[in-house]
Design a binder for this molecule. Structure first.
Ligand SMILES: Cc1ncc(C[n+]2csc(CCOP(=O)(O)OP(=O)(O)O)c2C)c(N)n1
Ligand SMILES: [Mg+2]
Length: 799
């Protein structure tokens, strides 16, 4: 509670200022800044107003530097206004709100300059992110890495009430319950309005039951001090009963209409009931309007009391009653979500606050307190005491090469399990900082050996009952604070949100982690928005997706993935690979552990990839055993594998056809090349390990040349340079053909693009490869079509 004299007055003045600045920021962007392109700028004055009080209380009083906050996306202007007052945001950025380089529409870790903790935008994700961040905070603390224990922070989400319609929230609640979640606060901005509509009645009752059932404490902030005082007056209980039974729609409509409408309705309903009539009659219209909208979420005293009442680390849900558009003429109107105050309304608002024209951005303008006192208060705000709250963490040393498991025939998935098992044996910084996680597919994605050696993370040690009972099992799941695997329930959204939190640990908590998440490739789509969200925040992780494609064959048509190579190609922040052989995988993994940790600015040097900036990595693996090449990978080959392709079979001088394959169809590509070679000796086989990096390099080289760098040449251009223009390309993968068909555009070669365009049919690999025309016969047929010369006869029946 604000104990110092005048502190409440100061906070109230700041609350008004924050409401003004957020409204003005949006108004300025829409009405003052020159318009361009005939498209509205937008912004959410009503949604911002709804949170102005709660955020004032949090940022100027309750929060400490270790706390981390996910702000409701459309309250971004409130956040930026607060950071402006705290000296962490420039006026220039506010003036260009929603413009190029300006303060972002929704708080952004990567694009905003004012220390956003968690990006938000796609509703629900930032909320759930806080609970995973809390788990990561526990994880790194219990490892005892840091000599200086930093104070524990609270992971706080400011949640729109309609945001709670998003299913991922409930998946996260369940997961939090399983992991004994702590230090997490969700503050629900219960304005009973969504974008389109006024909310269903009595939602708070559902929220209340639900959160309690998940082990959360629920604190309801319903009435402000004016209403509480009125309830104590004669007739007050009748007023409370009326409010408690008033439908949301009516409350909103009366709020919009104001004092006169409140009076009429209240007198109609309660007019002849003695004391309550005089309670109503004793107030002017303005006073009555103020009283009836004095909900807890707009009453600093009530809000501060609620926040400060928490004296434990269990998760808390605050249900704060608010008014969407509070303090603005938009208040309560059901269509106010994207509503903007008119210039006339804004003018009236400005005049009512006493802000002089031309001084709208002045931080202390018209504040009813001496500027030096305000400045002194802001300098002493606890949240701001340590400046920018992002940490740096030293890089974890990564060996130049990782072991290549021996074995003549192996799948990439098996190889992955074996490589991790080898790492798990060591006592190395790399082994210590790897943390794995999987949504209930730990065993089936071959993480089992790693988990057997490294254990499962739990805050408290837990017995392995099967082992204690001496029941033989291949899985030794020892659980405790030393464990390095976080076992999740099946929800893939949770996987990506946890990877987001683990992958930002260096910045959020100052401890570097090297997170690896495994899942079945098709289920990437289930969590795609959360994956995109993780990348948007620049979280760093390795995603191992296996099995994949139609190659998982008898496992079921429903589990086939067709479009994931295109997702890998298109997803910003994610470097995607699909190795065919285990030595390639080992090379890529060694690089990936380093790539995760890079944080350079990025330059036009090298093959124009984001190699200096770093990022996350997606590995599309398979359960199909393939014969492994007998070779050792030298530096040049390793570089080619990382850059996306190498010649498995160099094209000869008279090459008429090249087979470019990605992933497990290597076997078919090599077999087809062998058959074709009988007639066309110079056939080349291009092993593509990353269509993503190849294409990124190509586009960047084109851009460089457009800008005048005539020497620019990408990896794929260099590889295809020796080929005659008349040579044909056959591209093939177990995935959508567009992943590789663009190769024809690089130097103008004709392309026959093979791949999978339909899914759902089960069968053997042979059945399905024939069905989808990615088998040896199809490759030979495509080679005939792609190149001149006598057709090579090769019928499927021959196989
Ligand atoms: C995943 C997703 N779907 C839809 C939207 C569009 N959208 C933005 S805000 C909003 C309604 C939010 O209502 P609420 O959470 O109650 O916030 P309020 O504006 O009432 O404070 C919607 C549907 C979005 N941002 N993200
Ligand atoms: Mg709402």
């Amino acid at each position: 509670m604000p104990t110092q004299a005048g502190q409440l007055e100061m906070l109230e003045a700041l609350e008004k200022k924050v409401l003004w600045l957020s409204s003005w920021m949006i108004h300025h962007a829409n009405h003052v800044r020159p318009k361009s392109g005939g498209i509205k700028v937008g912004g959410h004055q009503a949604s911002s107003a709804s949170l102005a009080t709660l955020m004032t209380a949090l940022y100027f009083d309750v929060l400490r530097p270790a706390d981390r906050v996910a702000v409701k996306p459309h309250a971004s202007p409130v956040f930026h206004a607060i950071q402006y007052l705290l000296g962490n945001q420039s006026r220039d950025k506010l003036e260009t709100f929603r413009g190029f380089g300006g303060a972002q529409s929704y708080p952004s870790r990567t694009k905003d300059a004012d220390d956003v903790d968690f990006s938000t935008g796609s509703v629900g994700l930032g909320v759930a992110m806080t609970s995973f961040a809390s788990m990561v905070q526990d994880y790194v603390r219990l490892k005892g890495w840091s000599k200086r224990q930093r104070p524990e922070g609270r992971m706080i989400a400011l949640v729109g009430d309609a945001e709670l319609d998003e299913g991922n929230i409930y998946e996260a609640l369940m997961e939090g319950w399983k992991h004994d979640l702590r230090n997490t606060w969700w503050v629900i901005d219960y304005n009973r309005q969504s974008l389109d509509a006024v909310a269903h009645e009595d939602l708070y009752g559902q929220f209340d039951k639900l959160f309690r059932s998940m082990g959360w404490e629920v604190v309801t902030i319903k009435y402000g001090h004016l209403l509480e005082a009125a309830f104590r007056e004669p007739g007050g209980e009748a007023l409370r009963a009326w409010i408690d039974s008033c439908p949301n729609q009516l409350y909103s409509a009366l709020t919009f209409q104001g004092g006169g409408a409140w009076r009429k309705r209240l007198l109609d309903d309660l007019g002849d009931q003695g004391a309550v009539t005089s309670l109503i009659e004793s107030r002017s219209d303005d006073e009555l309007g103020r009283l009836m909208t004095n909900l807890g979420g707009h009453d600093l005293t009530a809000v501060l009391e609620a926040f400060h009442s928490v004296d434990h680390d269990r998760p808390v849900c605050f249900i704060a009653y608010t008014v969407k558009g509070y303090g603005l003429p938009l208040a309560g109107h059901k269509d106010n979500h994207a509503g903007l105050m008119t210039p006339e309304q804004m003018e009236t608002f400005r005049a009512s606050l006493g802000i002089r024209e031309g001084r709208e951005w002045e931080p202390f303008e018209a504040m009813p307190l001496p500027p030096q006192d305000i400045a002194a208060f802001l300098r002493a705000v606890p949240f701001n005491a340590e400046g920018r709250r992002r940490f740096e963490a030293a890089r974890v040393a990564v060996p130049a090469a990782l072991p290549v498991p021996s074995g003549d025939v192996m799948s990439t998935q098996e190889g992955f399990g074996k490589i991790l098992n080898e790492i798990a044996r060591e006592k190395s910084p790399l082994a210590e900082r790897i943390v794995t996680t999987s949504p209930d597919v730990t065993v089936s994605t071959n993480l089992g050996p790693w988990v057997n050696r490294r254990g499962i993370f739990a805050r408290e040690p837990q017995a392995d009952t099967f082992r204690d009972q001496q029941v033989p099992s291949a899985q030794k799941w020892v659980m405790g604070p030393d464990g390095q695997h976080l076992e999740l329930g099946i929800a893939e959204m949770n996987l990506f949100l946890l990877l987001s939190a683990l992958g930002l640990s260096h910045s959020l908590f100052g401890e570097r982690l090297l997170p690896i998440g495994t899942l079945y490739d098709p289920f990437i789509m289930r969590g795609l928005d959360a994956l995109n969200y993780a990348c948007y925040q620049d979280a760093r992780f390795i995603l191992v997706a296996t099995p994949s494609g139609v190659t998982l064959a008898p496992e079921g048509g429903a589990h086939q993935s067709v479009s994931t190579p295109l997702i890998g190609l298109a997803q910003d922040g994610l470097a995607s690979f699909e190795p065919a052989f285990v030595d390639e995988l080992s090379t890529i993994l060694a690089w990936a552990f380093d790539y995760l940790q890079r944080d350079g600015e990025g330059s036009a040097a090298g093959p124009w990839l984001r190699d200096e900036k770093g990022g996350s990595v997606y590995l599309r693996l398979s359960t199909r055993p393939l014969e492994q090449p007998r070779r050792s990978i030298d530096a040049a080959l390793a570089a080619d594998i990382i850059n996306g392709a190498y010649w498995l079979r160099q094209p000869g001088p008279n090459c008429q056809v090249v087979i470019a394959y990605q992933g497990v169809v290597a076997e078919e590509a090599i077999a087809a090349a062998g058959l074709i070679a009988e007639d066309r000796r110079d056939v080349g086989v291009l092993a593509v390990t990353s269509a993503d990096r190849l294409s990124a390099g190509w586009h960047a080289a084109e851009r460089a040349r457009q800008e005048g760098d005539a020497q620019a040449r990408s990896h794929i251009e260099a590889l295809l340079a020796p080929l005659d223009r008349d040579a044909g390309l056959v591209t093939v993968l177990d995935g959508h053909p567009t992943t590789l068909s663009w190769l024809g555009g690089v130097r103008g070669h004709r392309v026959q693009a093979l791949g999978v365009e339909h899914f759902g049919q089960t069968g053997t690999i042979e059945d399905l490869y024939a069905h989808h025309r990615i088998d040896t016969a199809a490759i030979v047929a495509a080679a005939n079509a792609a190149s001149a010369g006598r057709p090579i006869r090769y019928l499927r029946a021959v196989i």
